[in-house]
Write a protein that binds this ligand. Sequence first.
Ligand code: NAD
Length: 483
Amino acid sequence: MAKMLVAGEWVDGASREHVPVLNPATGEVVDTVPQATPEDVDRAVAAAKASFPEWSRTDPEHRAEALRRGLERVRACQDEIADLLVREQGKPTHEALAELNHLLHGLAYYADLASKLRGSYVPLPSHLGTSFGLVVRRPLGVVAAIVPWNYPLTLMGTKVGPALIAGNTVVVKPASTTPLAATRVVGLLQEAGLPPGVLNVVTGPGRVVGEHLVAHPDVVRVAFTGETATGRRVMEVAGPAFKRVTLELGGSDPVIVCSDADLDQAVRGVLVGRYWNCGQSCLAAKRVYVFEDVYEPFLEKLLAGVSRYEPGEGWVRPERPKIRIGPLHTAQQRAEVLAQMQDALQRGARVAYGGRVPEGREQGHFLEPTVLVDVPHDSRVVQEEVFGPVLPVFRVRDMDEAIRLANDSPYGLGSSIWTSNVRWIHKAVQELEAGMTWVNQVHYGYDELPFGGTKQSGFGKEHGVEALDYYVELKSVVVGGLG
Ligand code: NAD
């Protein structure tokens, strides 16, 4: 029975109720976690609030040191944590280890920035007497970090790292289906030297626990990653209280493959981009637009690549040259992806590869990696976010058509182009409606670069030095009396 961390103590929660966490590959219970109540949220926020004055005044080098000690503890337990992540989330072991490494890299990046947060000196006009101005950065207070189930560790790190380093205290709310690895990491960070209450975790359903946290009057900042519809609800709740909110929401990233593209590299990028995490990534190659003169060879190489994936349990390594693809996270998730695919097929799309639920694996939410062609652009697999391993591939005449179709989406998270033509690159960077454009590169959220969407993919940035700006307020100071 796992517990929650509140004020430095492992607790069961006021209701004493526990709920099971299920393995998506087998349906077995991995562990149970407390079903938090609003009362538990109040307790966690109170702990975070009480620890804020001291933590915000702590020398930044000491904050960084506390975080670094925690990272070492997490690293020492990486196999155990990755295994927990595989069993609660469904992803293959090598992907779980990659996620854990991404978390460690991201937290180390922010630890290194702790002492580099600086303000500015501003010369002022003298009509009111000699004075100068300062702009200082101050931490905000209690931050709510609300995390989805697809990357439970890295998406917690993108919030906890900058929040703590800037001097805030945090209450983490993991997704109710993936609380285990995240809670273990929080526990290790705490044990390594974070003062009690600086980092807390509460577990339970989003509509109750998450929403109470967002609404709590002592929470000043909400860092949310999840579905667009949930983000809208978070805005409704946080908006009237003028809380600072960042929303990292859904995406439907287009990929443009031009005539001169290195097709082997482009196929590699699309395979990783679409089938990593069984297609359950916000930044993912979700629609591919291929110039017509290279469409056939691209598709041939793509199908050869897709055929290497073998659905199965994440902790079992397949025989080479097969590559493991795990199950979808829940039965409902798979049903949604199948319904989106069915809609496309009814409108005339064809399955070029996959499309079926593998036989003999009824307990897990498996689905064959799938490629669709001849897909009408108004079908659900194009206009909605597809959170699963289904990829529509389109033939386009030229760059204008590619950009027009790429932008024909309510989302604007990522995008990519495969070409060496500098004019096409320039056009794509200028005209693609997305928070990020990769050129000849796999969709990946680098810790060093600000990342966040436009349109219905949300607003605000995570990653990079820029993310720190969302965890501080700027205070202007005028210093007079200088004689
Ligand atoms: P979700 O919106 O269902 O849940 C996200 C988190 O919000 C969970 O912790 C959930 O418990 C909580 N929650 C649910 N209702 C809430 C409410 N009313 N108030 C407060 N919190 C609430 O999302 P999910 O299904 O866990 O994650 C998948 C989605 O996340 C996809 O749409 C994906 O594209 C998106 N995502 C976006 C990014 C990004 O950076 N843009 C990254 C990863 C995932």
